[in-house]
Every structure is written in C-alpha cells, then in structure tokens.
Design a protein around this ligand. Structure first.
Ligand code: ASP
Length: 407
C-alpha cells in the first residue's frame, strides 16, 4: 500500500475511534486533548510562513500584473458564485423545511455577539489593512497579511534581478515549509483522534450531544441537508464540468484535509494540509495552489455563508417574523459578505452572524439558541469550506490555463 494511502486510513480510523471514545467516555477523554493540541499547534505554527512564502512565489509565478489581475478576477468570481449558490441552497431548504416554526426562544445573546453589536461593513473594510503586521501575524489575523503579501510580491516582480533574488529565497522557504507539513501530517491520526474525542467528550459525550441536538434537531437537519447537497452534488458537478476530473477521486485525495477541517474547525489551520492534498495528491499546478488556496482559506466559505443564512431564517421563524422576499435578498447579500469577513477559525461564523441578523432587524438572542450545538455544526461547515476551496483551486487552474496563460 502507498504511504499516503496508509496515512489516509489511519486518519479516518482516528476520526471514527475519536467519535466512539468521545461518545461513550465523555469528559474522561479530556486526557487525550493534548494530542489534538499538539497537532493543531504544529499546523498553526506553519500557517503564517506558509501563507507569506506561497503567495510571494505564487504571485511571481503568475508572471506580470495583468495576468495576476485576470487570475485574481477568475478566482474572485468563482468564490462569489459558489458562495452565492450555497446561500441560495440554504434559503431553499430553510423555506421548505421551516425548522424554526414552533420552537421556543429561550436564550440570551452570547457575550461575543453583543461585543460585535456595532460591527459595520466599514469595520470589515478597515480590517483588511493592518497597522501592525507583526501583531496580525501573532494573532493569526490572516486577511491583512494576504493583502500585504500580494502587494509585496507584486512589487518584488518589478525590481529586476534584486527582486528575483528575494523571490528565490522565498521559494526555498516555501519548499522547506511544505516538507514540514509532510512531517506534521504524521501526527494527524493521533491528533485528529485527540481533537474529536476530547471535543465530543467535553460536550458531555454522546447522550448530552444527542439531547442538545434534539432540541434544535430540525435546524441541524436543515443545515446538514443543505451542506450535503452543496458538497456532494453542486461542487462535484462544478468540478466535473469545468475540469473533467472525477469528483470522487478528487474528494478521496482531499480526505486528509477534510478530516483535518472536521477535527480542527478551522480553515486556516487546515490550509497546510489543503495545499498538500491539492498539489501532491490531486496534481493541481503548484503556482495555482500557492496563489488560490491561501486566499480561499480566508475568504471563500461556502459552508459558513449557507449556515448564516439558514440560521438567520431559523431565528426569524422562531420569532414568528415573516421575512419578505426582499428581506431574504438582504440575507443573501449579507450572509455572503459576512462569510467573506469571517476568519478561518472556530466559531467565527457565529460572530459575523451579528451583521446578518442586524441587517433584517432580528434579535441577537437567537444566536444563544445555536450555541450549544455550534461546535458540531462548525466542524461540518468548515469541512465544506475546505472542500469548496479545494474544488476552487482545480477549477481556477483549468480556467487559467484556458484564458490567461500564454495570452
Ligand atoms: N470555522 C469556520 C472556518 O474556519 C468559520 C466559521 O464558520 O465559523 O472555516
């Protein structure tokens, strides 16, 4: 058996045993949390150097600024289109299934949501330029880092031989970091086991989880159904249509990233693995992996956008508020934008949901209802976020070859 195949089976075994142990042994599984933390920290350690070196090399690999503009344009259009489709899917399911009807609202807005009460789009806009890059790196605040690196990389390409030397340096850094990702992946089976078991255990094990799930079971079902259709029907169709690739083979080759996303609930922490799967397993061209994926992990969040739209509608149904078609268009727009603004970290979507709720005048207390089960749904939507990024890089790779490369 190939080494990567073995690793894949070990990782899947880690997920399954983690679920079983967390389910039956509950809080006792706290004792294995350190394995997960070690794996997660090792991934996070690589994220900042990986993003910086990948984007610099990626931008340089694209050639001139016009080509970067075209490829960037294709990437953004892809992200917006697929995110839009996922929100529409969410809206269709939530209107059909009406999960909020008859549910009693008995919760208060969590503090994190209240703290974000005054967040506006201007704040999101301002957050893309950092006054202190070191602090952004330390806090893993990725969006300003991407903006800085894109500009820095572009400027380097205009500096002739001197610029090429610096790019060469980052090429070596990038290669070294990718080798380190390889090493960290050996920790994945135990790390993923530790993360899944301890998280499910901390939520009180299987019985408590089941109990919480039942309380808003129809809501969870609506989210999972819509996520499922997006992940197993829409995205595979897009992949097949644009690239001719077999979606199931592509998905199988992405499983390491998907399992990491499920266990960490963080697209950013998963980025090293997503890049490794796209380049090594799915053979997507390196320059596209370097350019498209770091941006995708931060701004392309199909699962989060879908979730925010369904959650807002669920809260409206629970309150007996009948949202007009126009208000649902507002939800569509704000959910798409809020997902772009959400960081690739656990439960970031819950916080940016404040913007969606406020846009149609819904109370933040509704977020409290979702809190108990969010740790689980967060994992599911993060997995879809990473799957969307992975499909995106193959599609953009193909379109770039067709429309940008060579002219
Ligand atoms: N945890 C998600 C991610 O990292 C963001 C969210 O929806 O909370 O992709």
């Amino acid at each position: 058996m190939k080494n990567s195949n073995k690793l894949l089976y070990f990782i899947l075994t880690g997920v399954v045993i983690g679920l079983i142990c967390g389910w039956f042994f509950g809080t006792a599984m706290n004792s294995v949390a350190w394995m997960g933390t070690l794996f997660l920290n090792a991934l996070k350690m690589l994220v900042v150097p990986l993003i910086i070196s990948s984007l610099i090399v990626g931008v340089a690999g694209l050639g001139d600024v016009t080509k970067m503009g075209k490829t960037g344009g294709i990437t953004i259009v892809y992200y917006m289109a697929t995110t839009g489709i996922s929100v529409i899917l969410g809206l269709i399911f939530v209107n059909l299934l009406q999960p909020g009807v008859g549910v009693v609202l008995d919760a208060e807005a969590p503090e994190a949501a209240n703290a974000k009460m005054d967040t506006t789009f201007v704040d999101i806009l301002l957050s893309i330029v950092s006054p202190n890059l070191i602090r952004s790196m330390a806090e893993m605040d990725i969006l300003p880092l991407i903006v800085f690196t894109l500009v820095f990389g572009s400027v380097l390409t205009t500096l002739g031989e001197k610029g090429r030397q610096v790019i060469g340096f980052f090429e070596t850094v990038n290669e070294a970091i990718m080798k380190m990702v390889h090493l960290v992946l050996y920790l994945a089976p135990l790390g993923i086991f530790g993360l899944v078991a301890s998280k499910l255990g901390a939520a009180g094990g299987g019985d408590a989880f089941f109990h919480e799930l039942l309380k808003i079971g129809k809501f969870a079902l609506t989210v999972l159904l819509a996520l499922g259709v997006h992940a197993f029907v829409v995205l595979p169709l897009i992949l097949w249509k644009f690239t001719g690739r077999n979606p199931w083979v592509y998905m199988r080759n992405t499983v390491e990233a998907l399992a990491t996303a499920f266990s960490t609930a963080s697209s950013s922490a998963t980025l090293p693995v997503t890049m490794e799967c796209a380049e090594e397993e799915n053979k997507v061209s390196r320059k596209m992996v370097q350019f498209v994926l770091p941006i995708g992990a931060t701004v392309n969040m199909d699962g989060t956008a879908l979730y925010e739209a369904v959650a807002a509608m669920f809260i409206a149904q629970m309150m007996g508020v009948d949202l007009s078609a126009m208000q649902q268009v507002v939800i569509f727009l704000t959910a798409t934008l809020a997902a772009i603004g959400a960081a690739g970290i656990p439960e970031a979507g819950l916080v940016t949901m404040v913007i969606v709720l406020q846009s149609v005048g819904l109370p933040l207390d509704g977020i409290g209802m979702l809190l108990a089960i969010d740790w689980f749904l967060d994992r599911c939507r993060t997995t879809v976020n990473v799957w969307g990024d992975s499909v995106g890089v193959a599609v953009v790779d193909e379109l770039e070859k067709k429309y940008v490369e060579g002219g």
